[in-house]
Structure formats: structure tokens, C-alpha cells
Design a protein around this ligand. Structure first.
Ligand SMILES: Cc1ncc(C[n+]2csc(CCOP(=O)(O)OP(=O)(O)O)c2C)c(N)n1
Ligand SMILES: [Mg+2]
Length: 262
């Protein structure tokens, strides 16, 4: 077993539910590498429902696997009652922007001290490939068989407009970049948001990308991720890196709370 997995995994929860080639394992591994540098005892994790909601369940520490769309309000309660912990939320594009969208914008507006990691696989993965709020326009899914006529949410722009002080976007196909931005998001004091665009070969692959091979989406994401500014969402490309960082914005803290350690 990978030494970090050996050290930090909740082994009773194995095997993972992830399909072969899923990007969720890469996100989990990036989190383990950040934990190795910062100390597991400093964290509490919250997740919603979906494949991505399982990511923190495999970490052997305090985890709340909450209801669909409700990870952020649960995390808000934890952030206020346990200000000495770093609260990290793992949520899917459906969980975060669909059913949970309202919670997302208000946590950003309030600048609650938490990191929200939104796993954007462009689809409702766990429930069989229904359209989510975030696939590229025109995507064919189980519930948009003729191509989705809706515009996608740009969640990173949405939270920035709502007041998020730290916003980043990475992919699961560039794991070292992912770890670096995740680490910066976690060290940020206040609300930080990370969108991680991942490959879901089983649902997004077969439906949106027309091919269930993980490497097909892998190469597509490698090509689409660019670091220059002002890439319109409609272009099929997206910008990666730290998109916004306002280090002076004071986080919402209950009176008398001490600063958290990391
Ligand atoms: C209130 C409620 N509505 C619907 C569902 C069914 N449901 C479970 S997971 C899911 C979609 C998850 O999609 P996403 O958040 O993108 O996560 P992914 O599986 O793609 O990682 C849905 C609709 C539910 N569990 N609870
Ligand atoms: Mg999804």
C-alpha cells in the first residue's frame, strides 16, 4: 500500500467505491500529501452525497458524511464551534452548485473559515449520469440526450462574486499543481474555494466525452487546462491556478475564538 495511505487510511472502509480511472482518488491523495505536511490532528472533514462525498471517508479522522447539498451548513456549524480545526468540505458539482448552491454563496459571502473542494466531473456521477449545473454547453448526458441547452455555472466566478477571498481551479490530471493549490487554499484563513476538474470515465466519459476510457478524458483535460487569464467558459478551455486571493479580507469568527493552527 502507498505509505501515506498506510498511515492515514481508515482501512475498515476499504475498498473505495471509486471506479478504475476516477479522479477522486487523485484528489484524496493530494489531501493526504497536504495532511502529511500539516498534521492530521488539525483537521475535520465534511462531505455531501455523491461519489466525491466519499473522498474524506477514507481518512482516519473526524468526518461527517452529510446529506446531499448540505455539507456546507454542517461545516459552518463545525467552523463556528471548533475554530481550532481546519474544516475541509468535499463536494460534487451537483452537490455544491445544484441542491447546495444557496449554501455555497452564503458561506462565501460570510467568509466562513473553511475550504470547499468542489469535484467537478461535469455530471451526477453516483446516480447514473444525469446533467449537472456544470457540463460544457451542448453536453449529452442521460437526461440531456440531444445536448444540454443550458449554460454551465462557472462556480469559481460565482463564489468570487459572492465574496470568497481565495479561489483556485486545478485538475486531477496535474496532481502536483493540485497539491500546491490545495495547500494554499487550506492555509488561507477564511473561505477558500477550490474547483477540481476530474475525470469520471464511467458517466462523463461514456456520455459527454463519447468514450469510457479514462485516458480520453485525461488528454482532453490536459489540453483544456490553461494558465492565461480571460478564457471564456464557452471556449472549452478553462484557466487553472490561483484565480483570486484577497489576503486582507477578515474571516467570520465567533467572538473570543482563537486562530486555528494552520
Ligand atoms: C435530497 C436528495 N436528492 C437527491 C439525491 C440523489 N443523489 C445522490 S448523489 C446525487 C448526485 C451527485 O452528483 P455530484 O454532486 O456531481 O457528485 P458525483 O457523484 O458526481 O461525485 C444525487 C442526485 C439524494 N441523495 N438526496
Ligand atoms: Mg459530479
Amino acid at each position: 500500500m502507498n505509505p501515506l495511505a498506510e498511515k492515514y487510511f481508515r482501512k475498515s472502509a476499504l475498498p473505495t467505491i471509486f471506479c478504475p480511472g476516477c479522479g477522486d482518488g487523485t484528489v484524496l491523495h493530494a489531501m493526504l500529501r497536504v495532511i502529511e505536511k500539516t498534521g492530521l490532528e488539525n483537521y475535520a472533514f465534511v462531505s455531501g452525497i455523491g461519489c466525491s462525498g466519499w473522498i474524506p471517508v477514507y481518512i482516519n479522522t473526524d468526518v461527517i458524511h452529510a446529506l446531499h447539498g448540505r455539507a456546507i451548513p454542517v461545516a459552518t456549524g463545525l467552523a463556528l464551534s471548533m475554530p481550532d480545526k481546519k474544516i475541509v468540505v468535499f463536494t460534487g458539482d451537483g452537490d455544491c452548485c445544484g441542491i447546495g448552491g444557496n449554501h455555497l454563496i452564503h458561506a462565501a459571502r460570510r467568509n466562513i473559515d473553511m475550504t470547499v473542494v468542489m469535484i467537478n466531473n461535469y455530471i451526477y456521477g453516483m446516480t447514473g449520469g444525469q446533467v449537472s449545473p456544470s457540463p460544457p454547453a451542448g453536453s449529452k448526458t442521460k437526461t440531456s440526450p440531444y445536448g444540454n441547452p443550458e449554460r454551465p455555472f462557472d462556480a469559481a466566478a460565482l463564489v468570487q462574486a459572492a465574496g470568497a477571498a481565495f479561489v483556485a481551479r486545478e485538475t486531477a490530471v496535474a496532481p502536483l499543481r493540485l497539491e500546491k493549490s490545495l495547500s494554499a487554499a487550506i492555509r488561507h484563513q477564511g473561505f477558500s474555494f477550490m474547483e477540481v476538474i476530474t475525470q469520471c470515465p464511467t458517466q462523463a466519459g461514456r456520455n459527454i466525452f463519447g468514450d469510457g476510457k479514462p485516458q480520453t478524458i485525461y488528454h482532453a483535460l490536459k489540453k483544456a487546462a490553461v494558465s492565461q487569464k480571460d478564457v471564456p467558459l464557452e471556449s472549452g478551455q478553462f484557466r487553472v491556478g490561483i484565480l483570486h486571493a484577497d489576503l486582507a479580507s477578515p474571516p467570520y469568527r465567533p467572538p473570543l475564538a482563537s486562530a486555528r493552527p494552520i
